[in-house]
Design a protein around this ligand. Sequence first.
Ligand SMILES: [Zn+2]
Length: 266
Amino acid sequence: MITADRWYDTNPDHENYYQGDILSGIPFPVWPTFLPAAKQDVWGILRPRPRRQNADMHPAGEALWTLPNDLIARAAKDFPDAWARPDRDGEYVITFCRKIHVAVISRSCDIDKANRKHFLVAPVVHVRDLKPEQRTDEKLRDLRANEIFHWFYLPEKQPNLPESFADLSQMASLHRTFFDEEILRDNFVARLSGEGTAAFQGSLSSFYGVSFGFASHDTCPQNGRYACSSCFHAGKNEPYSREVSAGNIFGDCGFCREDAMWVKMP
Ligand SMILES: [Zn+2]
């Protein structure tokens, strides 16, 4: 059973951010891209409000496009030149932000670099906020075993993390100024333990990675020593390896059998 004692660091420092850190109250955007492309013309587009006799006006009578602070919002279809203005390569659009818990996805070594301008984060969803049809016994059992492909399970941790999961399918990058020292001190919720971090990296690699290598029944293209990457992903310290000659079939792994994935060793 995955418990807070196993999953979270019991004595986290507040000096540095780490991959997997959970923070509260971070503005997280919901883009209008949730609408299908066919509905793009109903996106809320923001344009500077045209004003008569205004010092900000361009001689041609159009408001200058500087920092927009007096805007009107319209459906894109109400602007005939939406997405097509030659003086601009995009549009300001209406985005809805909620302050929610997020999990840091960026790797710890990237976070340390001051020239990295953005942190990649995933929204943290509280189980109690799921719709009843998403909260079936079967689904909760899989979630609590951390076996749902795109969700990373987060057990309850007092005082401010109800039972939750990080939704790995909904990541967004946020400017690093959302993650300064003050936020770390005031909004820190939890840090993963060694075991939790390993499980988190396993979830990320299975969600975004593709296991690669030659299968058991493939023919070896080049003489060499090959190791089984499935062993590595299964957490074996010493992956199974063997010499294989060009033209021969790789064969099964001594540990993973027919699930072997053979990669050439340097
Ligand atoms: Zn293996």
